[in-house]
Design a protein around this ligand. Sequence first.
Ligand SMILES: Cc1cc2nc3c(=O)[nH]c(=O)nc-3n(C[C@H](O)[C@H](O)[C@H](O)COP(=O)(O)OP(=O)(O)OC[C@H]3O[C@@H](n4cnc5c(N)ncnc54)[C@H](O)[C@@H]3O)c2cc1C
Length: 376
Amino acid sequence: MHDLQDRLAAALPTVRAGADAADADAKFPAESVRALADAGLMGLTLPTEVGGLGAGPVELVAAVSAVAAECGSTAMVHLMHLASAMVAAAAPPTAGGAELLADMAAGTALGTLAFSEKGSRSHFWAPVSKAVAADGAVRIRADKSWVTSASNADVYITSTLAPAATAATESDLYVVPRISDGVSIAGRFDGLGLRGNDSAPVRLDVEVPTGARLGAHGTGFALMMEVVLPWFSLGNSAVSLGLARAALERAIGHASAARFDHLDSALSDLPTIRAYLAKAWTDLSAHEALLRETAARVAEPDDTTVLAVLATKAGCNEAALRVTETALRVTGGAGFSRQVGVDRPYRDARAGFVMAPTSDALFDFTGRALCGLDLF
Ligand SMILES: Cc1cc2nc3c(=O)[nH]c(=O)nc-3n(C[C@H](O)[C@H](O)[C@H](O)COP(=O)(O)OP(=O)(O)OC[C@H]3O[C@@H](n4cnc5c(N)ncnc54)[C@H](O)[C@@H]3O)c2cc1C
C-alpha cells in the first residue's frame, strides 16, 4: 500500500509520545489509538466497502511492527482491534453488522477479543462457558480471564459454547457491547509488560440477541481457527519483532556511544559486544524475513499455510525473547535502568509467547502436524 508509510508517519509521533506513560503508569494509550484512527489505521485490513483501507497480511505486519517499535501496549490494542474486526467482517452479525464494521473501520468503535476463559486458560479454542437459549436471544455467563482494552473497548467479540454443544469445538462468537448489563471488569491490569494494554479479566452475565452471533450457528471454532488465528498470529509475531528491533537498535546505539575513558575506547570496541549484536541482528533479520514470507502466504493460502503460521508465531515470539535478552546484556547496568530504553521492550516482549496459542502449544501443534497427527 503506497501510502502506508505516510499514514504511519502521521500517527507514530503520538504513539511514541505516549509510550512511557503507558508503561510507567499503566495508562491506556487512548491518544495513540486516536492517532491511529485519524490516520485510517484502525481500519487497515477491513474491506474498502465498509470504510477500511483493504490492506492485506503483508501490510498488517509492517504496520503493527512499526507501532510496536514505538509502544508495545498500543500495538497490542491495535492488533486486538484488527483481529476482532476481521472476524466480524468475515461473518457479520445480522443485527447491526454494517454499522459495526463501519464504526470499527473508522476507529469510533474499538474492538477486542474475549476468548480466553478461566476454565480453559490458554486453550482459547475450547471455551467452557455455554450459551443458554432465551427466546430470540442467548444468555452468556462466562469468566473471561484476559480481555485487552477491557475497560476501553466498545465491543468484545466473545466466544462461548453453543447452547446444545456436546464438544469443545461446537462454539459460537457473539458481539457483546461493553456497556451491556452484566459486564463486570475485574480491576486494572498490572503486568510485567504491555502495561498500558488494559488486559483485565471480565465476567459476563449478559443477554444478547441471536442476531449478534457471527456467522451461522456452531461456526465459532471455524472462525477462530480460519480467521482469527492467522490474523492474530501474524500480528502477534509482528509485535514481538517490532519490540525486538527497537531493543536491538537502542543497544547498538548505546554500544557505539558508551565509552571507557580510561581505555579511550567504546563499548563496541569489545569483540564480544559486537558478536552479541551481530548474532541478535542475524536472528532478528531471519525472523523478519520469515514473517514477511508467511504473511505473503496468508494472502494466498494453500494447504501448508496453517503450519507456516503456527511455526512463525512461535519462532518470532521466541526470537524476541532472545534478541531483547541480548539487548539487555549488551547494555549492562545502563540497560537494566531506564536510561537506554531497552527495559520496556524487554518486558513487553515477554507477553508474546504466553499469548495463545502459546509457544509451547504451538510447538506441540507443529510437531503433531509434522507427524501427521490431528491437531485436536
Ligand atoms: C498481555 C496479554 C494480553 C492478552 N489479551 C487477550 C485478549 O485480548 N483476549 C483473550 O482472549 N486472551 C488474551 N490474553 C490471554 C492469552 O491469550 C492466554 O490465554 C494467556 O496468556 C494464558 O495464560 P494462562 O496463565 O492461562 O496460561 P496456561 O494455559 O496456564 O499456560 C501455562 C503454561 O503451560 C503451557 N501450556 C498450556 N497448554 C499447553 C499445551 N497444550 N502444550 C504445551 N504447553 C502448554 C503454556 O505454554 C504455559 O507455558 C492475553 C494475555 C496477555 C499476557
